[in-house]
Design a protein around this ligand. Structure first.
Ligand code: NDP
Length: 473
């Protein structure tokens, strides 16, 4: 079994026992990582604090070069990282529409490279006979990163790279379900970064709390559930830590009654089912006009029946297993409650009869708002298709949800779709697509989907504080 150590102050360290990492395609462990003690969390924070003194003073171009070297290290180790991502997350190497481990590792490299090239130049807002006033961006200090299990390496990169690019140092705690590829990346990064700039601890239960309540943590960046996000916000209040919280969504997709159903259905299917629906910005509630409802239902059901489900290491697999058993149980319970609510199962609806945490790709018709499957984020391969008759009313229904990460409008009339998309209460509004993210465009949620944004200069700014330098003349 693969054994991996933690990383504190540039040294590989053991903890107090190990945590098994299960391959969700088999249900059996394939790797083990070390479990940190609270003392080791404190050591990791101290090491990052020490390293901050010099890392924060490095020049912009030194940090840019370091980030480019990190991108090169990811590229040079791509096949190994892809296999680790597939084994720990279940995500296929290729995947539905090319959304798989190849995209995760390739995206990690691309995001690192792009972020390396971003600049936050000094902004001169006044320079006259009275004064010169400059706005500078300063690093914050030690950043705590807590990452989830759905896109483990890519989300680690989204947290770590902008932090170190701007002169912060980091302690990362990956999800105990998927710490492997991140640990390998942190090992590779030690060849590029000075000791203590990037530390890694693992744990379950008390380690996350020990990290986020530590007085020397200046900022917490967390991607995960809203419930944990609330606790983290509480932990942050004692010392007014900065926060970026990305807490998932229950994205609505609204199909206007003028689409070519056969043309848009495959795109919608991909938006719902890539990575088995375990993506924060997957399409999770599909609203279809009554005039096209049955046609859309039958197209989606056909695709759900045909999509190839299996072990992600097999070349032709499009969808893998659900990442962990607890999530499989959540999806199963949502399917049961959809059945009790009178949902019409067009396909799927239960755990697959094989080893691993596989669930049949499932399409449920005839539910409406108020059903758990519509109101809650399933985070799995199950999608409700909801009928509507009035376009203005459906926007209100899409907005009547506590989440606000993304949303989409689909129409053959782009201008009409743009007009409706702007009425959606969400951080990203898509037209004739859903879930597209890119390293130069800010991404984040409104309402209970989070606080702050990631990516591009908007995201980079969140790892800095402003210092206004006001020089009298
Ligand atoms: P969470 O997403 O809630 O995250 C759990 C992580 O948070 C663990 O690493 C845990 O570490 C840490 N944690 C828990 N409490 C605290 C605290 N008070 N302070 C700091 N860290 C803390 O849990 P799950 O992984 O179980 O996922 C549950 C749900 O989250 C899913 O059903 C899904 O809906 C959603 N989700 C959303 C994602 C997204 O992309 N937004 C991604 C993955 C899941 P420790 O155990 O050491 O305390």
């Amino acid at each position: 079994m693969l054994q991996l150590d933690m990383m504190i102050d540039g040294q590989a360290v053991k903890g107090t026992g190990t945590i098994d990492v299960i391959n969700p395609a088999t249900g059996s462990p394939f790797a083990a990582v070390q479990r940190a003690t609270v003392d080791q969390v404190n050591e990791a924070v101290q090491s990052a604090k020490n390293a901050f003194a010099s890392w924060s003073q490095t020049s912009d171009s030194e940090r840019q070069t370091a980030c480019n070297k990190l991108a090169a290290a990811i590229e040079a180790n791509m096949p190994e990282l892809m296999e680790l991502v597939t084994k720990e997350s279940g995500k296929p190497m290729g995947g539905l529409n090319g959304v798989g481990a190849g995209m995760e590792v390739g995206g990690s490299m691309a995001w690192t490279q792009f972020t390396a090239g971003l600049e936050l130049p000094v902004d001169v807002i006044q320079d006259d006979d009275n004064a010169r006033v400059e706005v500078h961006r300063k690093p914050l200090g030690v950043v705590a990163s807590i990452t989830p299990w759905n896109w483990p390496l890519l989300i680690a990169i989204w947290h770590v790279v902008p932090a170190i690019r701007t002169g912060n140092t980091v302690v990362i705690k990956p999800s105990p379900f998927t710490p492997v590829a991140t640990t390998r990346f942190v090992e590779l990064a030690q060849e590029v970064l000075p000791p203590g700039v990037l530390n890694l601890v693992n744990g379950e239960g008390d380690v996350g709390g020990a990290l986020t309540t530590h007085p020397d943590i200046a900022k917490i960046v967390f991607t995960g559930s809203t419930a944990t996000g609330r606790k983290i916000m509480e932990s942050a209040s004692a010392s007014l830590k900065r926060l970026t919280l990305e807490l998932g969504g229950n994205d609505a997709g609204i199909v206007l009654p003028d689409v070519d159903v056969k043309e848009v259905a495959p795109k919608i299917f991909g938006a719902c089912f890539h990575n088995n629906g375990q993506t924060c910005a997957a399409l999770k509630r599909l609203y279809v006009h009554e005039s096209q409802y049955e046609e859309m239902c039958s197209e989606l059901a056909k695709m759900a029946q045909q999509v190839k489900v299996g072990d992600g290491l097999a070349e032709d697999t499009e969808l893998g297993p659900i990442q962990n058993e607890a999530q499989l149980n959540i999806v199963t319970s949502l399917a049961e409650s959809a059945r009790a609510d009178g949902g019409r199962f067009l396909t799927g609806g239960k755990r697959m009869d094989r080893e691993g945490y596989f669930f049949e790709p499932t399409i449920v018709a005839d539910l409406t708002d108020g059903s758990r499957l519509v109101d809650e984020e399933p985070f799995g391969p199950i999608v409700p298709v909801i009928k509507y008759s009035d376009v203005d009313e459906v926007i209100a229904r899409a907005n009547a949800n506590e989440r606000g990460l993304g949303g989409s409008v689909w129409s053959s009339d782009t201008n009409k779709a743009i007009e409706f998309a702007q009425k959606l209460e969400c951080g990203s509004a898509w037209v004739n697509q859903h879930g597209t993210i890119q390293p130069n465009a800010p991404f984040g949620g409104v309402k209970q989907s989070g606080v702050g944004v990631e990516f591009g200069t908007y995201g980079l700014e969140e790892y800095t504080s402003i210092q206004t330098l006001n020089i009298a003349k």
